[in-house]
Ligand binder design. Structure first.
Ligand SMILES: [Mg+2]
Length: 126
């Protein structure tokens, strides 16, 4: 599946020049990649913002490409991970609570693994 991750308040909390990657980002991406999914990062803040995030946190091994958040980016997501419920309704996926302060206890991103597991289970039963 093509899984698209949002940046601001999904993978990242930023305040000025201080950036905080959400806990589990690398770990969850590694698991998804290992399961054969293609991972993309997109942001309404723009392509450069996504590329900076990827470089800063060494996400290159997991991320296939970055995009400006635009329906015309040329690829249709199978699912998205986003803090914006409106977009999750539109594309389907996992709506995570907005990451608005550094919180080492945050486990929101791990929910995507649970959701995919539940979907696989449903598929194998039908
Ligand atoms: Mg966001």
């Amino acid at each position: 599946m093509r899984i698209f991750f949002d940046v601001d308040n999904t993978l990242l909390y930023s305040s000025g020049s201080t950036w905080n990657l959400r806990p589990g980002a690398q770990e969850v991406m590694a698991v998804l990649k290992e399961h054969g999914h293609d991972l993309y990062i997109w942001s309404a803040t723009g392509l450069l913002h996504c590329q900076r995030l990827v470089r800063r946190y060494n996400l290159e091994p997991f991320v296939t490409a970055c995009f400006d958040k635009d329906p015309a980016c040329g690829l249709t997501p199978d699912i998205i991970v986003d803090d914006d419920w409106y977009l999750v309704e539109k594309y389907s996926g996992v709506c995570v609570a907005a990451y608005r302060r550094p919180d080492p206890e945050d486990r929101e991103l791990f929910r995507i693994l649970e959701v995919l597991e539940a979907w696989n289970e449903l598929k194998s039963r039908s």
